[in-house]
Design a protein around this ligand. Structure first.
Ligand SMILES: *Cc1c(COP(=O)(O)O)cnc(C)c1O
Length: 365
């Protein structure tokens, strides 16, 4: 049995350090924001090569508050990928702005800069690329477009902890970079957590107020904020795990290399990695027109797989109100029908990856 992902082993490997970190917070008597959150923010900003990190309650809040910090609202348009987790779209809806979906480059599954260029209108305020599966979108043409039109770039980096674009970690290319530390992410808490990294001091300061009831001084509320504070217990856990992130990313890269080698003649479409990307391999996603049969054969062989994502946002009931036909975004629909995520994570060995590849070859024989 090779599970798609196992979270327990990470805890057991680090149990002594994690238990100490949690006990340290409980002993401190300080349970909201405070020194543990500030320490993680400093360490995460440094890892990302950003001047600031603001710890938040989850990744969806990070996206939503990023748009609020930029004063995005009704009448504004936000360009998002057509093939993403629905959170990216929900953040735009939450601030009342208009979702403008743009299709991906088929080879990388990431938003296509050429299609962004033709989707920009005078109402476009933000381009919101997602570094899907842990591989960076092509940021330079996106940043060039944004500068030319005076619009912001907000990155959804919920899958990209440790990924690099042209040699630099994701975390400070765009105006605001949004993170999730949901347990299954490459850097995951033991519950919900999120953050935004940025080089802009003014936006970091605004976000610190927005996450805390719009307050800068206790009982003085400058604007209508929310409660979306990073929990200090989760911050303490994340500090322990951050010290292992590079080693875990290396392990994911090794697994990805084994898959690439062992599956190169399998007939599956394998991930395409442009030379400017070094992915963090949150997911290793292959494509096959015969995906459903492959998945059920692998389940029978004891190999766990998942589909990211089976229904694109525009085909969800939640977005029926947009009135987009399934065919309106054909690439998003096709990818949803063909993608399959293989087991991936620091819990896997190279031998596991070879066994998965052998099971795939058998399943397709
Ligand atoms: C996980 C994820 C989110 C949302 O993060 P939560 O912490 O679960 O709210 C947003 N976007 C993408 C691409 C994700 O993978």
């Amino acid at each position: 049995m090779i599970p798609f992902l196992a979270l327990g082993p990470t805890y057991h490997e680090l149990k002594a350090d994690i238990d100490d970190a949690i006990a340290r917070v409980l002993d401190s008597g300080w349970y909201i924001l405070g020194p543990e959150v500030e320490a993680f923010e400093a360490e995460w900003a440094a890892f990302c090569g950003a001047s600031h990190a603001v710890g938040l309650a989850n990744g969806l809040d990070a996206l939503t508050l990023a748009l609020r910090a930029l004063d995005i609202g009704p009448g504004d348009e936000v360009i998002v990928p057509s093939n993403t987790y629905i959170a990216t779209w929900l953040a735009v809806s939450a601030v009342g702005a208009k979702i403008v979906p743009v299709e991906p480059e088929p080879a990388t599954h990431n938003i296509d800069p050429d299609r962004i260029a033709v989707a920009i209108t005078p109402s476009t305020k933000v381009i919101l690329p997602v570094h899907l599966y842990g591989q960076s979108a092509d940021l330079n043409p996106i940043l060039t477009l944004a500068r030319a039109h005076g619009i912001f770039v907000v990155e959804d980096a919920a899958q990209a902890h440790g990924a690099t674009y042209r040699g630099r970690h994701i975390g400070a290319h765009g105006d605001l970079v949004c993170w999730s530390f949901y347990p299954g992410k490459n850097l995951g808490a033991f519950g919900d957590a999120g953050a935004i990294t940025t080089n802009r001091a003014d936006l970091a300061e605004r976000l610190q107020a927005l996450r805390n009831y719009g307050s800068r001084r206790k009982y003085v509320n400058d604007e209508q904020g929310v409660n979306s504070r990073l929990d200090p217990i989760q911050a303490a856990v994340l500090r322990v795990k951050l010290s292992h992130l590079d080693a875990w990313t290396d392990r994911r890269r090794t697994i990805a290399a084994v898959y690439a080698e062992e599956l190169k003649d399998s007939g599956l479409t394998l991930p395409h990695v442009p030379d400017w990307a070094n992915p963090a391999w949150h997911l290793y996603v292959v494509r096959s027109p015969d995906r459903d049969r492959l998945q059920s054969n692998l389940t029978e062989a004891g190999v766990g797989t998942l589909i990211h994502y089976p229904i694109p946002p525009h085909m969800q009931e939640a977005y029926a109100s947009l009135g987009l036909a399934a065919e309106a975004l054909p690439l998003a629909r096709q990818l949803a029908n063909e993608v399959l995520s293989l087991p991936m994570g620091p819990h896997l060995t190279s031998a596991d990856a070879r066994a998965v590849a052998a099971a795939i070859r058998d399943a397709r024989a």
